[in-house]
Design a protein around this ligand. Structure first.
Ligand code: ADP
Ligand code: ZN
Ligand code: ZN
Length: 731
C-alpha cells in the first residue's frame, strides 16, 4: 500500500532528513517543497522544511509520526534557493537541516508568518521638514539624515539610513523625525538619481560584453586596477536591468567597510534597494528579505549570507572583491558565497560578474580554462595614474617603533607638501609581545599557544585568538624584575611614535580597537576621506575599497609577515593586501607613492609584484601552485578536530584516516593528521587531516561516505569535528 510521506529537513547536526505523515488537517497533495512544517521531534516541537512528498519510507508507516501543522501556503524557500542549498549542503558536507536554516531569516526560522511583516522606517515630522540644515553644521550626520528623509516624504526604510541608532534617537527627541511602518505601497524611494559617467573605452566594452548576454548564463571576471571604475561598470549594467524590471544581487565582503559603495548604488537610481548586513535587527532583515523576494527591491546588496536571498525577477549577480576570504564562511556551514553565486547564476541562466583589482588565483585559473570571460580595466579613470612603488630595505637599519628613517623622511616630505599619508600595519595593540629583559620570560596566553598583545592604554594583556585578557603586571612573574619590555609593534605604538615625530599633525588610527562603537567606523572613514586627518594609520580595515582622494603616500610598515606564512595562500594574500592598500594612493589628480619596508627586498614574488604588477605576480604564483599541485590545480578538504585533551583529536583523526584508507583506491591522497599550527586555542587542542584529489568528484565521493561514518563513530563524540571543503585557511 502506498502512503504519503513527508520528507523533512530539521535543523540538527545529523546528516539526514526525517520522514513524517502529513498533518491530520491538511491535504498532502497541495504541499510544496520549501514550505515550513511544524513537527514533533524527540520531546520537543520544531520547524522543518519540506524537501519532498514521497510514497515510501524506509520506516514502517506505523512508526511515523504525523506532522503538526503546515506554516506556509506558498513555500518560503523558492525552488532555486532550495536547489542551491541542497547542492551546497552536499558539496560542503553540511547537515541539510542546518544548511536550510541558514538560508532563512531568523524570524522565519522561528515560525513567524511571512505576510504582514512591515518594514520599519522613519519620516520627517512637520517640524522636521522645516529645519534649516545650515544650522546643523556641527551635526553633519543629522543634517545628512534630514536631507535623505526629505527625498522620502512617505518615509524611508531603516535599512537604507546609514546612521547609527543614536542619531535617530536624538532627532526623534527633538521632535523632528518619527518612526513609521512601511508597506509595499508607501516605501517608495523617490531619490534624485546621480548622473552616470561617460564610460571610457575599456569600461564600455566590459558593459557591452555583459549586456550582450543578459538572458543567459555567463561568468565574467572583471579585473580592474584600483580606481579603474569597476563600480561604474556594475551601475551601468544594472541600469539596463532596471529598465527591464529585473533585479541585481550584489555581494560585498563587509558592508561596514564600504558605506560609500552602498551610497553610490542608492543615489544612482530612483529605485528601492534592500541592504542585508549583520547590523540589522531580525525584523529589518526579514523586511529586506521580503522586498527582495517580492521583486520590489530592484537592487539587493548584502554580505556573504545574502547569496541565499530569494529574487522574484533575477537579472544579474555581482560579487565585488571576489578575492576576499570573508566570502567563505569559516565555521558551521562552510560555503563560499562566491562559488555559490556562480552556481546560482548558472541555474537561473543569468550572468554573474566577479570583480576585483586582485583576483583570486582560482578565478584566474577559471579564466585560463575558459570558464570565465576576462574583462580587464587596465587604467585608472580620469587623470589618476597608478602609484609608484619603492622598496625600503630595513635590514641593519635603526627602527624607531617600526619606522625606519627613510620612511620617516618620506612621510615628512609628503606632509610638508600638503599630502595625506596612509600607513598600514596589520597588527593592533601596542606590542605583540611583552618580554622580561632579565630572564626572558614572555607573556603567553594561558589558553592558547600564543603570545599576548600588550594594549597600553587599557594597561592590559590581550589574546587576539581567544579574547582572554588580564592586567599587565609591573614585575616579571618568574624573576620579579621590573624590566618588562614590549617587543615588536602594533598600531597603538606606531601611533604614539608618530605623535612624537609629527606634533601638530592631525592623526587618525583605524583598527578594531578604535572602531568598536557603532557609527565610529563610518565617522573615522569620513574623516579620512575629507583629508582633515593627514596621517592615517590602520590595519586591513583601511585597505579595502575606500576612496581617499587626498592620499599621496602609502607606507607598508612590514611586508614580511606574508612572505613566509605557513599557509600556501600567504603570498597571494600578501600581494592582494599590498596592492589594495597601495590602491588608496593617488586616486585623484596627484601621483601616489608606495613605500614598502621589508627585511627581504630581493624576495622574487615581491619583486615581481612591484615591478610588473599583480597579473605578473599571479602568473608566477599560479605556476608555483601547479608545480606543487596545490589548489586550483587540485582539490582539497580539511577534517579538523579539537578536544580538551591533547591526544584525543590526533587519535580521532588517525581513525578517520583508516576509514578513508579502507575505502580502497579513491583517487584521494591523505596528509596527516598533524597538530594545527597553533595547536592549542581557547583551551582546546586542535589537529587536522588534509584530503587532496586531482578530481573534485573523487573527493566528493569519499567525503560523502565519510561524514556518515563519522557521525556514527563513538570517538566522534569526544571531539568537535568539522569538514571544510575548499578551505580558505589551512589552520
Ligand atoms: P573601482 O570600483 O574600480 O575602484 P570606481 O568605480 O570607484 O573604481 O571609480 C573610481 C573613481 O572614478 C570614482 O570616483 C568614480 O566616480 C570615477 N569614475 C568611474 N568611471 C569614470 C569615468 N568613466 N569617467 C570619469 N570618472 C569615472
Ligand atoms: Zn623575568
Ligand atoms: Zn588565547
Amino acid at each position: 500500500m502506498n502512503h504519503t510521506i513527508l520528507r523533512i529537513a530539521i535543523p540538527t547536526p545529523l546528516y539526514r532528513s526525517f520522514d513524517y505523515l502529513p498533518p491530520a488537517s491538511d491535504a498532502a497533495d497541495t504541499l510544496q517543497p520549501g514550505s515550513r512544517i511544524r513537527v514533533p521531534f524527540g520531546r520537543r516541537k520544531t520547524i522543518g522544511i519540506l524537501l519532498e512528498v514521497a510514497q515510501q519510507s524506509a520506516l514502517e508507516p506505523a512508526r511515523l509520526k504525523p506532522a503538526l501543522e503546515v506554516l506556509d501556503e506558498a513555500p518560503v524557500l523558492s525552488s532555486d534557493i532550495l536547489a542551491m542549498t541542497l547542492w551546497a549542503s552536499a558539496y560542503y558536507q553540511h547537515p541539510i537541516g542546518d544548511a536550510l536554516a541558514t538560508a532563512l531569516p531568523v524570524l522565519l526560522r522561528r515560525g513567524q508568518a511571512i505576510q504582514g511583516a512591515r518594514e520599519p522606517g522613519w519620516r520627517l515630522t512637520q517640524a522636521g521638514s522645516q529645519v534649516d540644515t545650515d544650522t546643523l553644521s556641527r551635526a553633519p550626520r543629522q543634517a545628512m539624515l534630514i536631507h535623505q528623509l526629505r527625498a522620502h516624504p512617505q518615509g524611508a526604510p531603516r535599512s537604507t539610513l546609514e546612521v547609527p541608532a543614536e542619531v535617530l534617537r536624538r532627532l526623534s527627541e527633538k521632535g523632528w523625525i518619527e518612526s513609521c511602518s512601511l508597506t509595499d505601497t508607501n516605501a517608495d524611494a523617490t531619490v534624485i538619481a546621480s548622473t552616470p559617467h561617460t564610460l571610457n573605452a575599456t569600461q564600455q566594452s566590459a558593459v557591452d560584453a555583459v549586456t550582450a548576454s543578459l538572458s543567459e548564463f555567463a561568468a565574467f571576471l572583471l579585473e580592474g586596477v584600483t580606481g579603474s571604475g569597476k563600480t561604474e561598470v556594475y551601475l551601468q549594467i544594472i541600469d539596463t536591468l532596471i529598465a527591464q524590471g529585473r533585479q541585481t544581487l550584489v555581494l560585498v565582503p563587509e558592508i561596514g567597510l564600504t558605506p560609500q559603495l552602498v551610497k553610490r548604488f542608492s543615489s544612482r537610481f530612483g529605485v528601492p534597494l534592500a541592504v542585508l548586513h549583520s547590523g540589522l535587527s531580525d525584523r529589518e532583515r526579514l523586511a529586506a528579505w521580503q522586498q527582495a523576494r517580492s521583486g520590489k527591491a530592484l537592487i539587493v546588496i548584502g554580505t556573504r549570507s545574502a547569496i541565499f536571498t530569494p529574487l522574484a525577477r533575477p537579472g544579474l549577480l555581482v560579487v565585488d572583491e571576489e578575492h576576499d576570504s570573508s566570502l567563505k564562511q569559516q565555521e558551521g556551514f562552510r560555503y563560499s558565497a562566491r562559488d555559490l553565486a556562480v552556481w546560482r547564476a548558472r541555474q537561473l541562466d543569468i550572468p554573474v560578474i566577479l570583480g576585483s583589482a586582485t583576483p583570486s588565483l582560482e578565478s584566474l585559473f577559471n579564466v585560463e580554462h575558459q570558464r570565465y570571460q576576462h574583462l580587464v580595466l587596465p587604467n585608472r579613470t580620469g587623470a589618476a595614474s597608478l602609484p609608484a612603488y619603492e622598496i625600503l630595505d630595513i635590514r641593519k637599519q635603526p627602527l624607531e617603533h617600526g619606522l625606519g628613517r627613510p620612511l620617516l623622511k618620506r612621510i615628512a616630505h609628503h606632509l610638508d607638501h600638503d599630502g595625506q599619508v596612509l600607513l598600514f600595519l596589520n597588527r593592533r595593540g601596542y606590542a605583540p609581545t611583552l618580554v622580561c629583559h632579565d630572564c626572558g620570560w614572555v607573556a603567553e596566553c594561558p589558553r592558547c599557544d600564543a603570545r599576548m598583545t600588550w594594549h597600553q592604554r587599557e594597561q592590559q594583556l590581550r589574546c587576539h585568538h581567544c579574547g582572554s585578557q588580564r592586567p599587565v603586571a609591573t614585575s616579571c612573574p618568574e624573576c620579579q624584575s621590573t624590566e618588562l619590555r614590549p617587543l615588536g609593534q602594533g598600531t597603538e605604538r606606531v601611533d604614539l611614535a608618530l605623535a612624537e615625530h609629527f606634533p601638530g599633525v592631525e592623526r587618525l588610527r583605524i583598527d578594531r580597537d578604535t572602531t568598536r562603537r557603532k557609527g565610529e567606523l563610518a565617522r573615522h572613514l569620513e574623516q579620512a576621506r575629507s583629508g582633515r586627518a593627514r596621517l592615517l594609520l590602520g590595519t586591513q580595515m583601511l585597505a579595502k575599497g575606500h576612496h581617499f582622494p587626498k592620499v599621496t603616500l602609502v607606507g607598508i610598515l612590514n611586508a614580511d609577515q606574508g612572505l613566509f606564512g605557513t599557509d600556501f595562500r600567504s603570498s597571494e594574500r600578501m600581494a592582494q593586501l599590498i596592492v589594495q592598500v597601495a590602491g588608496r594612493a593617488g586616486r585623484h589628480d596627484r601621483a601616489g607613492h608606495v613605500a614598502i619596508q621589508t627585511h627581504h627586498p630581493e624576495h622574487p614574488l615581491l619583486q615581481l609584484l612591484i615591478r610588473q604588477g599583480y597579473p605578473a605576480f599571479a602568473r608566477a604564483a599560479l605556476a608555483e601552485r601547479a608545480a606543487a599541485r596545490l589548489p586550483p590545480y587540485s582539490h582539497i578538504a580539511l577534517v579538523r578536530a579539537e578536544a580538551a585533551r591533547q591526544s584525543v583529536p590526533m587519535a580521532f583523526l588517525e581513525q578517520v584516516r583508516r576509514h578513508c584508507e579502507a575505502a580502497g583506491e579513491t583517487g584521494v591522497e591523505l596528509w596527516g593528521p598533524i597538530p594545527a599550527s597553533m595547536e592549542r586555542r581557547a583551551g582546546h587542542f586542535r589537529a587536522q587531516l588534509l584530503l587532496q584529489a586531482a578530481r573534485r568528484g573523487d573527493l566528493q565521493q569519499l567525503l560523502g561516505g565519510l561524514v556518515r561514518q563519522l557521525e556514527q563513530m563513538k570517538e566522534a563524540r569526544q571531539v568537535r569535528w568539522s569538514v571544510d571543503v575548499d578551505p580558505a585557511d589551512m589552520f
